[in-house]
Write a protein of this length. Structure first.
Length: 230
């Protein structure tokens, strides 16, 4: 386990169903993600992919099993992972407006996580925000715009830049490109792959689109016919 950044050990999760008493989603699921690795989870909606992300983040507790990050247990049902964990693990969902305050300029939204964790000076945060926007293919001049003035693709680039601003060890993308057309998906994937390799960051890429996952990742777990990691 020492060689893994993230390790899920025999994780199970069941939800209450409408017609049946229970609806099993995960059963004895295992996963190992090494530092700097790009791992894809591919499969149809409802197969358990997003549940894995929620369990890792502590949003959902597992019914059984454990989750370790850097050899530390982070799936304790009595408490959520600590502050440092949420700097080291960042998340990007499908809807960028989850992260981008509609009343604030995009640059401010990218700077917010750095300010919250006390990273760098005010000037350095502004410079890093501009560098990340440019690295994600977003013109820094748009940093003064509010999200409603930008396209969906531009907002998603900004949302990814926001997640990257604190230099996480692991970035989890859950259907982050699903609402975009193919040329935009390809362009964002190329920018994100370049940044990931430069930072040595691990990526957990969740998508129902197998082609998209194949382009982004070196290893793929397919749902619902996934084989537990050994």
């Amino acid at each position: 386990m020492n060689s893994y950044l993230l390790y899920m050990d025999r994780v199970s999760k069941t939800y209450a169903g409408q017609r049946t008493k229970t609806a099993p989603v995960l059963s004895g699921f295992c996963l190992g993600l090494r530092p700097g690795e790009a791992l894809g989870l591919s499969g149809p909606s409802g197969s358990g992919k997003s549940t894995i992300a929620k369990i890792i983040l502590g949003v959902e507790p597992p019914d059984s099993g454990q989750v370790f990050f850097k050899d530390r247990l982070v799936s304790d049902s009595k408490k959520r992972p600590g502050r440092l964990f949420y700097r080291r693990v960042q998340m990007v969902w499908q809807d960028p407006f989850v992260y981008l305050n509609p009343f604030l300029p995009v640059r401010t939204s990218i700077i917010e996580p750095m300010a919250a964790f006390g990273i760098d000076s005010v000037r350095d945060r502004q410079n890093r925000a501009d560098e990340l926007m440019q690295a994600m293919g977003l013109d820094p001049a748009l940093g003064s715009c509010r999200p409603g003035m930008l396209s969906g693709g531009q907002c998603q680039r900004a949302a990814i830049a926001r997640a990257l601003s604190v230099s996480p060890d692991l970035l989890i993308c859950d259907e982050a490109l699903s609402g975009l057309d193919l040329p935009l998906q390809v362009d964002i994937m190329e920018h994100l792959t370049s940044i990931r390799k430069k930072l040595g960051m691990a990526l957990l890429f969740i998508s129902h689109d197998r082609d998209c996952t194949t382009r982004m990742c070196t290893r793929i777990i397919t749902f619902p016919d996934s084989i537990p990691f050994r």
